[in-house]
Structure formats: C-alpha cells, structure tokens
Design a protein around this ligand. Structure first.
Ligand code: FES
Length: 336
C-alpha cells in the first residue's frame, strides 16, 4: 500500500510506502526535506500536517512536545502515512538551506583503492546524521585549528557512514597521516556540509569531468541521480595519468553498462605508460573538446586539480561553453 504526500505551496508530490517514514520517502524520491538526528529527538524534521493522518509505530518521538501535537505538527523522520497527506514543510534546495555543524566520528574502514588513494569510511554517533547534498564536502578538524577538506563520495541517503577518497601527498597534513598512522577506530572531528558543487535543476544533458580524486564528488552526484531515478543524459570523463589511477574504473563502467543515459570516457595522460590502452588519451579537457564542437547545450560539472579547472575555463568558451552552465570544484592542495 502506498499513499501520496503533497507539500503545500509547492508543486511536489511523492509516494510514501507503508514500510517507510515520510522523510525516508521524500529523500528516496530526491526531495530534500530538512533533518538532523533521524531519531525523533532534535526536531529538525518538524512539519505541519495540513490534512490526513499519520502514526508513529515506534511511539511518539521523544522530542515532540504536547503543544506541537495539538497544533498538528509531526516529526517526519518517525511518522508514517495512514492515508494521503498534505504537509507544510520547508524544503532543502540549495547548500545554504542546510545548517553547518561539527560532529565526532570514528573511522570504521581504511581501504587502499590503489597505491595513492585511500577510501575512508567515517561513522557518526548513532544519534547523529549529516544531511548534505550530493557533491558537497566536509572539513576534517585537526590540531592547532588546522583543517583539511575532502569531498563526500557517497550519495546523501547514506548519512551516517561517510565515504572519503584521500589522495596521498608527501607532506600533506592529513593525507600523510591517513597513509601512515590512521587506523580503524581512530576518532576524528568533522565539520559540514560545505561547498556549492551540487546538482542544479535543468533539462540540459550533463558533461561531468573528474581529475584524479575529483572522482569522489562525481560518484556522489551519479549515485544520487541513479537513486533518485533522474534520467538526464550524463557523459562522464575521468582524467588520470595511468590505468591504475582510475581507482574505481569498474564501478564507472558498470554505471555506463547498466544505464543507457550514462556514458563513461576514461582518459589517460601519461603516454609512455599506456601499455596497450585503446581508449582516449591526452588531457581530459582536450578529450571533451574533441568530442563536442558545441558545448552550449550542456551543463558541465568539473572537479579536480586547479590546472584542469583553469584549462576548462580558458578553453571551453571557444566551443560554445555558457559560463553560467559550468559548475566547478577546484581541489587545492595545502601542504603541512
Ligand atoms: S530528524 Fe531529528 S527529530 Fe527528526
């Protein structure tokens, strides 16, 4: 059995299945509603039920006050729909709609994806969730007020287990630590979500360009769009030096082979180490220019080192790039 939930004052209707909360249903279908703990405590998901009935199978949420219940407010992270509903709720559409907070977290997995890239999984305390938009990043807070920024590599529905891809830089304050001393169970402090590199509403097809670990936010964006059942065509170009640097190549190939609207183009730049490579070669921005004489009908999302972003900004206008349709995130490296 499923019911319809409509957000009043907005043209948004989504399905709520029997087994899920209203918040889970909205997020599953790509509609951002505000939340915090997802545990019935913080009240960040409070919304007014204008019509219809809800229930709390796990009991009335701890943080919901009697006076709020009398005024028809509900905690959407705990409420299930008993019929079709109309709800008055604020939506989260841009990065600025989400409060930036600090969280403690524990490293639960360190996995080397290749010689230079480490995947870290950070787990928040059971009562905490990090609401974020696909493509955003967090800061890891270190001693002496130092901080290092890393893109979130997972889709936003995975809000308690956060995935980071850390590239090894000799002398990098956190990077060096991640490859030497950091272990599973290490405790860290993070701040987020941060950044504006998020998906923008449009009907245009998308070209996504990643350089190196710029793959991380692209992974978040593509996983989010697949989970939300978005069908905008995506051409994904991943630039790397060697095949080994395409550290999740099989994952990207699977996106493409399982989804007609996604095409994947790996591009290698170290010509002397190609070892029989039959794919695209050279710089990733040149590969995009070679394939697209006219870029004016595309939205372009680019994430990677500053030289790659600068090359895109400098060279794409000659092929019709409309500046407002370029969204970029430049990975600056900060030494210790
Ligand atoms: S998200 Fe905290 S009470 Fe619902």
């Amino acid at each position: 059995m499923s019911y319809k939930a409509q957000l009043s004052d907005q043209d948004i209707v989504f399905d709520v299945e029997e087994h899920e909360t209203i918040l889970e249903a909205a997020l599953r279908q790509g509609h951002g509603l505000p939340y915090g703990c997802r545990d019935g405590v913080c009240g960040a998901c409070k919304a007014k039920i204008i019509s219809g009935n809800i229930s709390y199978p796990n009991g009335t949420p701890e943080g919901l006050k009697e006076k709020d219940i009398k005024q028809d407010y509900a905690f959407l992270c705990q409420a299930k729909a008993d019929c079709d509903l109309t709800i008055k709720a604020r939506t989260v559409e841009t990065a600025t709609d989400i409060k930036i907070r600090q969280f403690p977290c524990r490293v639960t997995k360190c996995e080397k994806l290749n010689a230079d890239v480490m995947r870290l999984i950070l787990e928040l305390p059971k009562t905490e969730r990090l609401q974020f938009l696909a493509g955003q990043y967090i800061d890891i807070l270190m001693q002496d007020d130092k901080r290092r920024s890393f893109s979130l590599a997972n889709a936003p529905d995975q809000d308690q287990q956060l995935e980071l891809h850390i590239r090894h830089y000799g002398g990098g304050l956190f990077s060096e630590y991640a490859f030497t001393d950091l272990t599973e169970k290490t405790l860290l402090r993070i701040e987020g979500p941060l950044g504006q590199f998020t998906l923008h509403e449009s009907d245009r097809p998308i070209i996504m360009i990643a350089g190196g670990t710029g793959f991380a936010p692209v992974k978040s964006l593509i996983e989010y769009s697949l989970k939300s059942n978005h069908k905008r065509p995506i051409q994904f170009y991943w630039g790397a030096r060697t095949v080994d640097d395409l550290y999740l190549n099989e994952m990207a190939e699977a996106w493409s082979s399982n989804n007609e609207h996604i095409q994947y183009h790996p591009v290698l730049s170290e010509i002397e180490k190609l070892n029989g490579w039959a794919g695209k070669t050279g710089f990733v921005h040149d590969a995009v220019l070679n394939d697209h004489a006219d870029l004016s009908s595309y939205d372009i999302y680019a994430c990677g080192p500053p030289p790659m972003i600068n090359a895109i900004v400098d060279s794409f206008p000659a092929n019709g790039l409309i500046r407002e349709q370029l969204y970029s995130d430049s990975f600056e490296f900060a030494a210790n």
